[in-house]
Design a protein around this ligand. Structure first.
Ligand SMILES: *Cc1c(COP(=O)(O)O)cnc(C)c1O
Length: 367
């Protein structure tokens, strides 16, 4: 049996006609940026998450960057980010001219460890970016408490967790601003690059929108040194269609995750922990194994696609060598990067495929 790490085949074949109608409508409408499709998507996504405003933009990295910029984070400021995340979280901070300061994750949930945040706060700390990594909500109560105590802005990185809930409330409702990516492989993905910010404060929302539109709210009237990062009408149209199915697709991920959590029993394989109050949407199903390389090979030989999220922790990336953070500085993040393996998780996995993945994992034994 061959099981890819990810596949869009069933997801897209079931809605092919609708997507083709979206394409025809935009083509015939002759309006490609900042139009009705954008408005429709922004209204439906804001409503889905439960916030007042949604601002479409070019991608998830820009959504973070525009949020930081609109919140006034600037050169010399420090922003706390998890040590275990995709590099975009930290890059957005670097693009502002601010310094990303890494916080250790927890080994069991993979998310930022609330007990390790305070030790990284200095007089220059301005903001914190919790990431709902792999689709599992971060500990937002603890983050909010610390942010309040030190007067920090909170910007959520929701790129991997569209629809996840924290004590009954959707993630994306907790920070002053929350950034989403609609990169094709995300739980809600466009057919290309796309992103959005959600927020409640109308002044902040307006500023974020202006920042991504050449610093302008009125044509040829520029009040900020802005960027160009807007959501294409075509992508907005696809996203309106795909948003209608997000709950269905997420429920399927939840079902597959429950099968994995209940079916995988192997003392060499550590399963992710789901804490009380968390309703993850399983962007990634991450296991850990001290003999990862062997496990990876064993799965490959059985035809199962896997991936690593992420093989090099941020503080050890060459791009961040100027921070001079030595190996060993973040032992938990380093342990995760050495042992983590992502297994297949997507809408459209057949029952026998799920069972096959479970069987192969249960049969695994290192030499
Ligand atoms: C994908 C991702 C981003 C960036 O999104 P893009 O749309 O690729 O720019 C940011 N943060 C996290 C955690 C991501 O997984």
């Amino acid at each position: 049996m061959r099981i890819p790490f990810v596949s869009f085949e069933k997801m897209h074949s079931e809605i092919r006609d609708e997507l083709q109608q979206d394409f025809s409508r935009v083509l015939e409408g002759n309006w490609f940026i900042n139009g009705e499709e954008d408005k429709r998507f922004e209204a439906s996504f804001a409503q889905y998450i439960g916030r007042e405003h949604c601002i479409g933009c070019g991608n998830g990295l820009d959504a973070l960057f525009l949020s930081l910029k609109a919140l006034g984070i600037a050169q010399g400021d420090e922003v706390l980010v998890p040590a275990n995340t995709f590099i975009a979280t930290a890059l957005a901070v670097s693009y502002i001219g601010a310094v990303p300061v890494f916080v250790e994750p927890r080994i069991d949930t993979y998310n930022m460890d609330p007990d390790r945040i305070r030790e990284k706060i200095t007089s220059r700390t301005r903001a914190i970016i919790p990431v709902h990594l792999y689709g599992q909500p971060a500990q937002m109560d603890a983050v909010a408490e610390i942010a309040k105590e030190y007067g920090l802005s909170v910007i959520e990185d929701c790129a991997q967790a569209h629809g996840a809930k924290y004590f009954g409330k959707r993630i994306g409702c907790f920070g002053e601003a929350a950034a989403f990516s609609f990169y094709p492989g995300k739980n809600l993905g466009a057919l290309g690059d796309a992103g959005a910010v959600v927020a409640d404060d109308p002044i902040l929302a307006e500023k974020i929108r202006a920042m991504g539109n050449y610093g302008s709210m009125k044509k040829y009237d520029h009040i900020y040194l802005g960027n160009n990062s807007r959501l294409d009408e075509l992508q907005a149209a696809f996203l309106v269609t795909k948003l209608k199915y997000l709950e269905k697709w997420n429920q399927e991920r939840v079902r597959i995750a429950a099968r994995y959590l209940g079916g995988i029993h192997n003392r060499h394989i550590i399963l992710p922990k789901v804490e009380a109050g968390m309703e993850p949407v399983w962007h990634i199903f991450a296991v850990r194994c001290s003999t990862r390389k062997q496990l990876e090979k064993a799965m490959e030989e059985k035809g199962i696609g896997t991936n690593k999220h992420y093989p090099i922790p941020l503080h050890r990336q060459k791009a961040y060598q100027q921070l001079h953070i030595p190996e060993g500085a973040y032992p938990v993040a380093e342990e995760i990067s050495r042992t983590q393996l992502s297994i297949p998780m997507y809408y459209g996995m057949a029952e026998d495929e799920i069972q096959y993945v479970i069987d192969v994992l249960n049969e695994y034994s290192p030499e």
